[in-house]
Design a protein around this ligand. Structure first.
Ligand SMILES: Cc1cc2nc3c(=O)[nH]c(=O)nc-3n(C[C@H](O)[C@H](O)[C@H](O)COP(=O)(O)OP(=O)(O)OC[C@H]3O[C@@H](n4cnc5c(N)ncnc54)[C@H](O)[C@@H]3O)c2cc1C
Length: 432
């Protein structure tokens, strides 16, 4: 579904105030699902709080929140006790309720995680253990006959069936959250990038943005793939040391990974009824090439996971010199590359060759052919990578003196956005 823009949708025009005020209680940078859910959570807790959301793009959910698999995950994969595990399970529940209240398409279409041979069964068992520990409802182990009963064209020796896994229209969720923010008295300004944060002597923070300056008592930065770009200058040091966003999590940088999809054309799209996923590599935060029947009924295969040279590399081959330099300067990039070079080559093949992507999907849907796969959309993951080269798995939310920074909010942060917004709101309130 094409996203509404101020030009096509009068409500969107009303949402996007032209000029930000010059002062507020709370400034939120970024109008993806996480920033919007955070602004909404704080306005619900504290009616009358003045909240300003500043978004660089001309519409909400322009990046990860609008370019993903559209799956409301049930919480199977994540290490028990992690933020991802807790917030995915509670966030999915909250998301389902919210969609029901707001009439947003949300469908429990169900998911299979398929072990294609005996070597994957041990990892499937570990996923089952995690899912149960995380409280995922309705999870059950099935055999080859059970797989055939749910997905007649899918082949495997065993699978986990998660009936609670759903598909959802995330851009519609973002628009509804934006409407809630504005209805509660908040201000959303689109087309207004934030360039700089300065901690003020008497407390609070000043944001320099595309249309001027905004003073706020607190700021929350939910900038997705740009989470480590915004520099926070520390005004308290009298112009001395610049405190950067990296002070919030010094050993973490965002490395962009492009995720491209192919559209499965009819009649091959009928080979898949719901969501079919492989057993992922537990050492990687990506779920592997999967097949999804989206909320609009279209079937996608993907995404790939290719390290790219721009945080907005929707087109393969796009290079933003600053993004590329930041990635290459980070020691963690090289350590990651040394460790994962074989996986990197596989991903390169998936990105470059339809045949390679089809072969990957044929492992569990044998009837799929390269000719069934048409060019499709792409998203770019803002994945945090540690100095040691580790791909940071859990959500990371950390603070500098003046601001709270969301430093890693990869999948399932779209599913978890309402719960993550509540967690951030609690942290903001605690830091007042
Ligand atoms: C290919 C792919 C598949 C995925 N599949 C799923 C899935 O099926 N289910 C799921 O739950 N999650 C999925 N995810 C993850 C999910 O999309 C993200 O975790 C979530 O959308 C993160 O939301 P966000 O608000 O943090 O980031 P974003 O949506 O990226 O929003 C960040 C916003 O900040 C703005 N911004 C950045 N810098 C500035 C600045 N200086 N000033 C003003 N604004 C700024 C950007 O323009 C952007 O709008 C997927 C992600 C990708 C890429």
């Amino acid at each position: 579904m094409p996203a509404a823009t101020p030009a096509t949708d009068p409500a969107a025009a009303a949402r996007a105030a032209a000029v930000p005020p010059d002062a507020c209680d709370l400034a939120v940078v970024g109008a993806g699902l996480v920033g919007l859910a955070t602004a909404r959570a704080l306005l619900r807790r504290r009616p009358g709080l003045s909240v300003v959301v500043l978004e660089r793009e001309t519409r909400v959910a322009r990046h990860q929140s609008g370019s993903n698999s559209g799956v409301a995950h049930a919480g199977i994969y994540y290490a028990p006790g992690s933020l991802k595990a807790r917030l995915c399970v509670s966030g999915q529940r909250a998301l389902a309720d919210y969609c029901a209240q707001r009439g947003i398409p949300y469908e429990r279409i169900g998911k299979l995680i398929v072990a294609t041979d005996a070597s994957e069964v041990g990892r499937l068992e570990e996923l089952e253990r995690r899912g149960r520990a995380n409280g995922v409802a309705g999870l059950r182990r099935i055999d080859a006959a059970g797989i055939a009963a749910i997905e007649p064209h899918v082949r495997g020796v065993a699978a986990l069936h998660s009936p609670a896994t759903a598909v959802v229209d995330f851009p519609a969720v973002a628009r509804a959250l934006a409407d809630d923010v504005v209805a509660a008295g908040g201000t959303l300004v689109t087309g207004c990038g934030v360039e700089r944060l300065v901690a003020l002597d008497g407390g609070g923070v000043e944001l320099t943005h595309a249309r001027g300056r905004l003073r706020a008592r607190r700021a929350v930065v939910c900038a997705g793939a740009w989470a480590d770009v915004l520099v926070e200058h520390d005004g308290r040091s009298g112009g001395g040391r610049d405190r950067t966003a990296d002070d919030a999590a010094p050993d973490v940088r965002i490395v962009p990974f492009r995720g491209a999809y192919r559209v499965v054309r009819e009649p091959a799209a009928q080979l898949v009824r719901g969501l079919v996923y492989p057993v992922p590599d537990p050492a990687l935060p990506f779920l592997g090439v999967h097949l999804t029947r989206g909320i609009d009924g279209e079937v996608h295969v993907g995404p790939t996971a290719l390290m790219v040279a721009a945080r907005d590399a929707y087109r393969l081959g796009r290079v933003v010199p600053g993004d590329l330099a930041a990635t290459l300067r980070w020691p963690g990039t090289w350590r990651m590359a040394r460790h994962w070079w074989r996986t990197g080559i596989t991903e390169l093949r998936h990105a470059a060759s339809v045949r390679a992507l089809a072969t990957e999907a044929q492992r569990f849907v044998p009837a799929l052919t390269p000719a069934d796969l048409l060019p499709g959309p792409a998203g770019v993951r803002g994945q945090a990578v540690g100095r040691d080269g580790a791909l940071i798995d859990d959500f990371v939310v950390s603070e500098t003196g003046a601001a709270l920074h969301v430093r890693n909010a990869p999948s399932p942060a779209a599913t978890a956005c309402l719960a993550l917004g509540e967690l951030i709101a609690t942290r903001v309130e605690a830091s007042r």
